[in-house]
Design a protein around this ligand. Sequence first.
Ligand SMILES: *[C@@H]1O[C@H](CO)[C@@H](O)[C@H](O)[C@H]1NC(C)=O
Ligand SMILES: *[C@@H]1O[C@H](CO)[C@@H](O)[C@H](O)[C@H]1NC(C)=O
Ligand SMILES: *[C@@H]1O[C@H](CO)[C@@H](O)[C@H](O)[C@H]1NC(C)=O
Ligand SMILES: *[C@@H]1O[C@H](CO)[C@@H](O)[C@H](O)[C@H]1NC(C)=O
Length: 475
Amino acid sequence: MAESAAPSLLFVLAAASLLFHVHCGYPLPATARMKLFHDPTMRLRDFKASLDQLGSASPGPPSERSQGTVYDVTSYGADPFGKTDSTAAILSALSDAIKGPSHGSLTAGISNLGGVRINLQGGTYVISRPLQFPSAGVGNIVIHGGTLQASADFPMDGYLIDLSNSNGSMSYYYEFITFRDLLLDANYRGGGILVRNSLRIGIDNCFIAHFSSNGILVQGGHETYVRNSFLGQHITAGSDPGERNFSGIGINLQGNDNAVTDVVIFSAMVGIMVTSQANTFSGVHCYNKATSFGGTGIYLKVPGNTQTRIVNCYMDFTGIVMEDPVQVDITDSFFLGDAYVVLKSINGVAKGVNVVNNLFTGSNKGIDTVQLDVSNGPFKQVDRVVVERNGAVGMNSRLTNARGSTQGNGTRWEVDFSSTLLLPDMISYVQYSLKDDSTGSFPKHALRNVTKNSVVIESEVVVSATVFVMVDQMK
Ligand SMILES: *[C@@H]1O[C@H](CO)[C@@H](O)[C@H](O)[C@H]1NC(C)=O
Ligand SMILES: *[C@@H]1O[C@H](CO)[C@@H](O)[C@H](O)[C@H]1NC(C)=O
Ligand SMILES: *[C@@H]1O[C@H](CO)[C@@H](O)[C@H](O)[C@H]1NC(C)=O
Ligand SMILES: *[C@@H]1O[C@H](CO)[C@@H](O)[C@H](O)[C@H]1NC(C)=O
């Protein structure tokens, strides 16, 4: 950017900008700055216009052109080369930004700041305490374009960006705050972004690394959308020699109605931990820590009321665990490297679970694609658990419906589905047909037994026949 503008002009602009901040408390209108740099033919005119504005004693109501404002953190003394601590400077830019003119309100109690921007200007800033907004009740703010790095004494329980507030009286603290194009380096001290009790927060194209707790923690509120982002405790491209030691959680959702879309979690003990309802995951690629090393890709710890959709995700050597799942969709996803899905019994409840249309690939170790963890007791209340139409290569496919056939000359035919059906000793529905292979007679036959997921058909007289059976564990 600097190369494209005349040095003298830049210098004047920088001086003017500083003057503006110090003496007037208002930054240059965003549009004026942008045009100054990007459109050479407009430079002088806009520059003159901005000087005119500088000269006016009190800026009037914001014009159509200056609805948004940009706060450049270097104008507040932040060090874009990361040599000195920039905490106070960035907090003071934040503080000014949220004082900006309000354009009415968003949700009741939240002032609409019109899209004000805090611009990190492509710098790397070292910060020694969380960037917490000085007050709550503000929205329509963008923080973008640079790197934040925790200092060596950053508090271990802190987050680089902290959208929380001690103000217990408000129903929501923040709304429509967007974090875009940021690299957050927690320096193995604390986490990346904390969002508490807020609405419609966007985390977009961020790279969050070196967290010791959580990359992103969402508590309460609703609709934090994490999009097109990359999270990893250690920066690795896979097969890391330290993988067994990965800890922490990529995204920790303790609130409802959030979405994680097109996100990669490349290192952490748990990729996404979910302890609340109605969250949705799509296009998520987890290779955080292999299940064989004790890692979990997505952990749904919402027993009895899960309400989660996992769609079009890529579980790469790390799987999905769901405790007492009630209303969960896992569809159109790809499980690589013997990754599998676990239904973990807490109180033995599994209802409304769909694991369908997924692909599983393994290395012929006989690992089941879907498994039950009954270490706390068996599943006792099972209703509408549908595990079907999954394609498995090199793994043992577990399903809740199956078909099979057997041929024999005698009075008894048995088709054993126990290595295929997911739920033990549970056949709710059977359909069979008996084809007489030899005489064309009409022998009497009947379904005699379905115990232990094995279907037995018997006939009154000896007959050479093929028996075809379809079973379903759903009523
Ligand atoms: C706390 O909430 C009250 C009521 O909404 C508000 O007036 C006050 O400014 C808030 N304080 C902070 C620190 O956000
Ligand atoms: C993992 O951690 C253990 C115990 O802290 C340590 O001894 C070991 O060297 C670590 N392994 C790697 C590969 O970092
Ligand atoms: C079936 O077994 C009976 C004897 O049990 C035998 O008489 C008959 O030929 C056999 N049929 C076929 C097709 O093998
Ligand atoms: C059904 O099969 C089981 C063994 O799988 C057996 O214990 C049971 O007695 C059989 N029931 C009947 C009615 O034959």
